[in-house]
Write a protein that binds this ligand. Structure first.
Ligand code: PHE
Length: 339
């Protein structure tokens, strides 16, 4: 009998109720007229006198354990039932959870805003393009190896219809129907046939810029990009231009910014160089101007292009590019404070 009582005590101590109804069943099972406790008190009457003291104490302990368990659970379930019902009609409504902007949108908006302060308009264009707008008018002759720099997804061959590999195609469309001065930035999604990894994706986003007017020089390009870098990464940011090659610009350069994380001293983000590569740029090749019926004797221009994913990685210290496309709410929610 003693063992049975001890077993019931530990059962009572571990008991958990889901609802008030559960708890009532528990009470009936143990404390009602035909419950376990009544039965035990019945048995208690017939045990030998020498065991009465010990068993009596154990029985009282069991009764208390059951009763206090019921009291505690009643309290808990009672208050949670209360709080889920409308008890105070003057309370203000619970706020609706607000979504957050995608980090790519946040950074794109910031880039566009910085250039709009310098008088750049925003232009957009189609993602499915023809060969002329993506390559030929931009001075990529047929069979030119530079076409391999951007592994292309073709939709149709002869005549070629393809997914744009850069948003420079938008700028060709602007040049087609606008007379200089032209000052525009072109954001958009671009496609390249690359293996997906932490550092590369077959879909990404760019903002490219184009400025064409009389007497536009490399110094203008440098100042524009320096202004952009300071606005984007902070006032103390420095830039450095390294010679590079693009078919549509001459001379061409790659721009690095000083690493904002270590201030140029060297860290694992800048791979201990103190510099981060952020964009390609150069003076528009006269052949490109002529292809678009702009007099290259009268006008000069500069162009630049950057990947938004890369800038967002640097700005928010995102280490894997694939996160942008997975739509994991735990990742996206982290940007709810940003505009
Ligand atoms: N279109 C180039 C690219 O996608 C970037 C670029 C734009 C470079 C303008 C120079 C001038 O890689």
């Amino acid at each position: 009998m003693l063992d049975k009582i001890k077993e019931l005590i530990s059962e009572a101590e571990q008991y958990k109720a889901e609802s008030l109804q559960d708890l009532e069943d528990f009470r009936i099972k143990h404390l009602s007229k035909k419950g376990s406790l009544a039965q035990l008190f019945e048995d208690f009457k017939v045990i030998s006198n020498d065991k009465k003291k010990e068993v009596g104490q154990a029985l009282n302990e069991l009764k208390q354990a059951i009763q206090s368990k019921i009291d505690i659970l009643k309290d808990e379930l009672g208050t949670s039932a209360e709080s889920s019902s409308i008890s105070d009609l003057t309370l203000s409504a619970e706020s609706l959870p607000l979504g957050s902007r995608h980090p790519i949108s946040i950074v794109r908006n910031e880039i566009l805003e910085i250039f709009s302060r310098l008088g750049f308009t925003v232009s957009e264009g189609p993602e499915i393009e023809d060969d002329w707008h993506v390559f030929t008018s931009l001075n990529f002759p047929p069979e030119h190896p530079a076409r391999d720099m951007q592994d292309t997804f073709f939709i149709e061959k002869n005549p070629d219809i393809l997914l744009r590999t850069h948003t420079s195609s938008i700028q060709v469309r602007v040049m087609e129907h606008t007379k200089p001065p032209i000052r525009t930035v072109s954001p958009g999604r671009v496609f390249r046939n690359e293996a997906i990894s932490a550092r590369a994706h077959c879909i990404f986003h760019q903002v490219e810029g184009l400025y064409i007017d009389e007497n536009v020089s490399f110094a203008d390009l440098k100042q524009t990009l320096l202004y952009f870098a300071k606005e984007m990464f902070g006032e103390s940011t420095q830039i450095r231009l390294r010679p590079s090659y693009f078919p549509f610009t001459e001379p061409s350069a790659e721009m690095d910014v000083s690493c904002a994380l270590c201030g140029g001293k060297g860290c694992n983000v800048c791979k201990y160089t103190g510099w981060l590569e952020v964009l390609g740029c150069g003076m528009v090749d006269p052949a490109v101007l002529e292809n678009n019926n702009i007099d290259s004797k009268k006008y000069t221009g500069f162009a630049f292009g950057m990947g938004i994913e890369r800038l967002a990685m640097l700005k928010f210290q995102i280490r894997d590019l694939r996160l942008y496309f997975e739509n994991d709410a735990r990742f996206l929610r982290q940007f709810s404070g940003a505009i």
